[in-house]
Design a binder for this molecule. Sequence first.
Ligand SMILES: [Zn+2]
Length: 275
Amino acid sequence: MPELPEMEAWRRQLNDPVSAFPIVKAGPGHIATLKTFDPPLSALEGRQLAGAERRAKRLLFPTDDGELVVLVHLMTAGRLKYLQFGEKGPKTPAFQLMFEGGSRLVLTEAGAKKRAGVWLLTPEEAEQELAHLGPEALGIGAERLKEICADESRRLHSMLRDQRVIAGIGRAWANEILHHAQLSPYELTRDVTPEQVERLAEAIDAELLRGLELRERGANDKRTYRVHNHLGEPCYVCGMSIARVDFEEHTIYYCPECQTGGRVLKDRRLSRLLR
Ligand SMILES: [Zn+2]
């Protein structure tokens, strides 16, 4: 799933082109993709977008008259693309906006399951839709993070991925961040020291910015991630093999040498089955 660095790179790429010309045709939208029906998509026609904004893993396209917002959540497989006039696109996009002059913003989604969503909302409704999200991960800072860790006790990997607590990080960047901070994904928030929280806050910014920079240059997953999906490959810090553990519904990648004091984490799903 695209996370904060990926979404922010797309936002920067889309900001100018989507606001260059008025919308002449909004839709069609796949029935599973379009989540709202009032106002109808046609309400966008004749209006111009002010640009692209981002909140956590979602993109927002407000109209420049301040009346409507197109909110997009790509989930795992959704992709947004801006196509110039005449540029070949998908036959049946999940959602499409056509601009004056023939350029298009298209949303595609690989696979049979349509999980990506598009909402057409008023600014107030959009605010409500996003109200459950925690503060943006990038720039969260050690002080705020200390408060979050003190608030409830849970494992670091799960805390980082909880959008209500910190917004923008998913399992790929949680793996990268915890490795950078040299913290165990299973460490409990109540057990981390102030020094470790500071390391974690520093790692959040360093890794998300590293990701953003790479994504802006068009780097693929393999080049962007150093730990996530690198099972068995040497750790970039110590050279030991990256390990993997299944935890709840998530797969965690980590370095036993750098993060868990040499301990190999037990597969939680398997141990549950054996119990
Ligand atoms: Zn290592």
